[in-house]
Design a protein around this ligand. Structure first.
Ligand code: F55
Length: 840
């Protein structure tokens, strides 16, 4: 598509008229109504906080109406539906997104003005819903936005954690974790469904009947209660649900006798046990700690969701007397977001076998045609393995079923593929190593799902060639790629209105918001001086906003005329924030050695790093501390601090990302090649005209392909070189670059304080006690990283060239819309079609 034809076509398409009230006076009246009649606060107070709750409730009224229409439509048409099962959703704030998707932001801004408030200030009252750890959780939220916008019949299922991801405080000691009670007051976005309740059992035993049928009995039974969060699509009436389960004790479980006897705690014992189930989000971003509670959470999600799905299937008989189980897979697609909801597989089998009375073959056929699995990591420590003995205790019937799936898989391979005998111990589901017998959840998924996908082309290729290689010859077409994407609504249209308006002006259409490929139309203007100046001023406005924020939360004043260089993501050794800070240290040292005149010729930089470290991940926490220590020295050094600032941005979350990304000019995606499955913030930065310095890892590869290699600062080893480089390193064949040695030595010298960084630095040495010196190849990639950084400095000096590259980054980012990703899932995995609510 070239820009001109896209423009001509779109001019004929009228803007979608919204049927609901958009008159600011009416909106204001509605907000007032909620302030008055849903009084969560004293009626005499109408500060920004009250204005937020009243506005949110007035928006929710509209969403509820659209919601009802959507479900009526789905019920009437009875299409095949997708159910997205995820232990995590990183929703962020909802108000800006809801009024943006409903296209009523102007009316709300005006209405709030009439009431003496400012929309921007009001939306900031909302706490982020952070029911996720990082990329995987945010991906689930972007997917929901796209499913609603594409009018797909789909649901998200998750857990209603009381405490989401912790809040990060930075102290003199480094990172401190604070529990984040996002429901402290209440969430205006959830609707409790008192009529949607399902029992979920733990422990107990399997009863066998004379006819051979089996039933899971006794143990503890809790109730799963549904809370629905509306997910509005963009400029469509379709509004779908994120259904979050909360655990409750059954009402009969309150022991009134004990209570009256003064034994208050034991009287309510089951109630407090129920509360524990959804109390906290599992804080794992890579490691699996084998907590029984985590397994309970996973099963709770799977069991409640599948009972709900089956009930809905049974309700929709479409005029017939009864349902046909063989038709289940043509009405239901279940997508597992990583292995965390794997128990959906044996739970569906159990429900079909024991409750519905199907035979094994029929139940297996239904299950395997229903379930698909997405893999998000190849890191061995992040692949879930559950102790068999724990599983036998908690889920005895499911273990029987898993055992049977494993047996039948072995049998099938032995009969059809005797050549694979030697691979079977790796391929089978049960790892019966007597030291520690475990269930390998990824293997259970691959054996049971009809489709398995990776999240970027390189990642999917690695899955096929390595992690799941043995299965490829058994099921050659089971493995697919679905390159991740991000929603252009939240990640450009709403978070960067300045740039969005410029794009709309030059493309002469706003259709890019739902057809992101139209951004290629900007390419023809990349050299245009007028566009470049508008582009630069939008970027400057975002940089100024960001600078104010940084000053407010860190006390550090940063110069909007310096190059804003950002790395924000979970802190992990494979993501190599350590390489970034070593680079900053080398830059600092070099600046120190320069004369004032020489310094004037350098490119001033502000390096911002943000992200949370897993609470027990020692090296990650040391990296956070190091960044802060370096910042303290550099930022207060009057000789150099107008040429370099180093800022740790605390408590990185979705809302902070919405501020940082528009104000970024360079972002770092510098993982060891082959280790980052995809990355999704790389797509957000690129979409916002931010250039990338990065390795050939995950989706970087595809971003570079799309925007052009001349617009990407590439460095580092490739994934296929990594194993040999590690081998060489072990064999003492690595010769470190002097810049690398100098940077490390500077830290060891105490230049950044007295904290003992030796254990962290030792992880970069071949002789480190970990037996895998510099596993992440920081030393190997450092020289090419520093060279790439020099090309960045040079490119930034050429303002026109930089602006052109920035425009081309945005222009080439169309592929990374989650609308594209979700359309591919819908067509190539789920086999579902749109089901649009007619506009009245
Ligand atoms: C959460 C819990 C456990 Cl037990 C393990 C991992 C995680 C987690 O947060 N993973 C995660 O975020 N993975 C990321 O998924 C993104 C979306 O596909 C990828 O872009 C990213 O590369 C990957 O690391």
């Amino acid at each position: 598509v070239n820009g001109t034809s896209a423009t001509a076509k779109s001019e004929k398409i009228p803007a979608i008229a919204h049927p609901l009230a958009e008159d600011p006076a009416e909106v204001a009246a509605n907000i007032n109504y909620h302030a008055k009649y849903s009084p969560h606060f004293s009626p005499f107070k109408f500060e920004p906080e009250q204005a937020y709750y009243a506005s949110a409730e007035s928006v929710r009224d509209r969403l509820v109406q659209q919601w009802n229409e959507t479900y009526l439509q789905f019920h009437k048409v009875d299409p095949k539906q997708t159910y997205y099962l995820s232990m995590e959703y990183l929703q962020g704030r909802a108000l800006t997104n809801a009024i943006g998707n409903l296209n009523i932001q102007d009316a709300y801004a005006d209405a709030l003005n009439k009431l003496g408030h400012d929309l921007e200030e009001v939306v900031e009252q909302e706490k982020d819903a952070a029911l996720g750890n990082g990329g995987l959780g945010r991906l689930a939220s972007c997917f929901l936005d796209s499913m609603a916008t594409l009018n797909l019949p789909a649901w998200g299922y998750g857990l209603r954690y009381r405490y989401g991801l912790f809040k990060q405080l930075i102290t003199k000691e480094g990172q401190k974790e604070i529990a984040e009670d996002w429901l402290e007051k209440f969430s205006p976005w959830e609707v409790v469904r008192h009529d949607v309740v399902f029992p979920v059992r733990f422990f107990g035993r399997v009863e066998v009947y004379p006819n051979g049928s089996r039933k899971w009995v006794e143990g503890e039974v809790f109730q799963a209660l549904a809370y629905d969060v509306p997910i509005p699509g963009y400029k469509t009436k379709n509004t779908i649900s994120l259904r979050l389960w909360e655990a409750k004790a059954s009402s009969g479980d309150f022991n009134l006798f004990q209570f009256n006897d003064g034994q208050y705690e034991s009287a309510a014992q089951l109630h407090s046990q129920a509360q524990q189930i959804c109390a906290v989000l599992y804080p794992g971003d890579a490691t699996e700690s084998g907590k029984l509670l985590r397994l309970k959470q996973q099963f709770f999600l799977c069991s409640a969701s599948l009972q709900d799905i089956i009930q809905r299937f049974k309700e929709r008989k479409n005029g017939k007397d009864t349902w046909q189980w063989s038709e289940f897979p043509s009405k239901v697609a279940v997508q597992l977001n990583d292995t965390h909801p794997t128990l959906a597989i044996p739970e569906l089998m159990r429900l079909l076998l024991d409750d519905e009375g199907l035979g094994w073959d029929e139940a297996w056929d239904v299950t395997t045609r229903t379930v698909a699995y997405t893999n998000h990591t190849v890191l061995p420590e992040a692949l879930e393995k559950w102790s068999q003995s724990v599983m036998w205790k908690l889920l005895p019937r499911h273990m029987e079923i898993i055992d049977e799936i494993d047996k039948r898989f072995l049998e099938m391979i032995r009969v059809t593929r005797p050549d694979l005998e030697s691979k079977l111990h790796n391929m089978r589901i049960l790892d019966n190593n007597p030291q520690k017998p475990v269930v390998r959840m990824a293997n259970l998924c691959v054996v049971s799902a009809h489709t398995v996908n990776g999240v970027a082309q390189l990642h999917s290729d690695i899955l096929k060639a390595e992690l799941f290689a043995d299965y490829v010859s058994v099921w050659p077409s089971k493995l697919q790629n679905k390159t991740n994407g991000i929603t252009p609504r939240r990640w450009l249209r709403f978070c960067n209105p300045e740039l969005s308006n410029i794009i709309t002006k030059w493309l002469k259409t706003e259709q890019w918001v739902t057809n992101l490929d139209l951004l290629v139309g900007l390419r023809q203007f990349a050299d245009n001086a007028d566009l470049q100046e508008e582009w630069a001023s939008a970027k400057m406005a975002s940089k100024q906003r960001l600078a104010q924020y940084v000053l407010r939360v860190t006390g550090v004043s940063i110069d909007p005329n310096s190059l804003f260089d950002i790395q924000v993501k979970r802190i992990h050794e494979y993501k190599r924030q350590l390489m970034n800070i070593l680079g900053a240290i080398y830059r600092y040292k070099k600046l120190k050695g320069m004369s004032p005149d020489e310094r004037k010729n350098t490119t001033p930089r502000t390096i911002m790093i943000g992200g949370k470290a897993f609470a027990t991940y020692t090296n990650a926490k040391r990296i956070v501390k190091l960044v802060n220590d370096v910042g303290d020295v550099v930022n207060t050094d009057p000789e150099v601090n107008s040429y370099l600032k180093v800022v740790f941005v605390p408590n990185y979350n979705v809302s902070v990302a919405e501020l940082l990304i528009p104000g970024s000019e360079l972002s770092q995606h510098i993982s060891t090649a082959g280790m980052e499955a995809s990355g999704t913030s790389n797509m957000k930065f690129s979409l916002n005209g931010c250039l990338i310095i990065g390795t050939l890892d995950g989706a970087n590869v595809e971003i570079r392909e799309e925007i052009g290699e001349e617009n990407f600062f590439l460095f580092g080893a490739t994934a296929d070189q990594v194993p040999k480089l590690r081998q060489d390193r072990e064999n003492g064949l690595f010769k470190p670059d002097p810049r690398f040695e100098e940077a490390k030595q500077f830290i060891r010298s105490g230049a950044f304080g007295s904290y003992d960084y030796n254990p962290l630095l030792d992880s970069l040495e071949g002789n480190s006690g970990y037996g895998r010196g510099d596993y992440f190849l920081v030393g190997h990639d450092f020289p090419s990283y520093m060279d790439a950084q020099e090309s960045v400095d040079a490119a930034y000096k050429d303002r026109k060239k930089w602006l052109k590259m920035s425009i081309l980054s945005t222009a080439g980012s169309g592929k990374f819309s989650s609308d594209r990703t979700i359309s591919q899932y819908a067509k190539e995995i789920w086999n579902i079609e749109e089901c649009r609510v007619p506009s009245s």
